[in-house]
Design a protein around this ligand. Structure first.
Ligand SMILES: [Zn+2]
Length: 113
């Protein structure tokens, strides 16, 4: 991963991906690693799992276990709190992207006309 700012944002971006996908249906670690790799995030389990555990600890994700072909697999789902957090982050992201791209007319209301 690139420079200072990107590094700072990395965990946040990854967290938002997780909240998004785990909000659409239960997800598990190795699936997330593949999904995130498609977006250019190269994550090892050693990086992903602490993020998952942290999101769970603060109540944004909930976890349950299921045995799949004899192996216990941990699934994660986004909680209501997690959904609220994602929605809030989306507003900030949309506004920021909008400002950086200079496309403010597409923003809420489009105050210039
Ligand atoms: Zn994603």
């Amino acid at each position: 991963m690139a420079g200072f700012v990107v590094k700072k944002l990395f965990q946040g971006f990854v967290s938002l991906h997780i909240l998004h996908h785990a909000g659409e249906g239960p997800v598990f670690g190795s699936w997330l690693i593949e999904e995130l790799a498609e977006h250019g995030y190269k994550l090892s389990p050693g990086t992903l799992y602490p993020i998952l555990h942290h999101l769970e600890a603060v109540g944004l994700l909930e976890q349950y276990e299921e045995t799949v072909t004899g192996k216990v697999r941990k699934y994660y789902k986004t909680t209501d709190l997690g959904r609220a957090e994602l929605a809030e982050a989306k507003r900030y992201l949309a506004e920021l992207t909008d400002e950086i791209d200079g496309g403010r007319d597409q923003a809420k209301g489009g105050t210039r006309s």
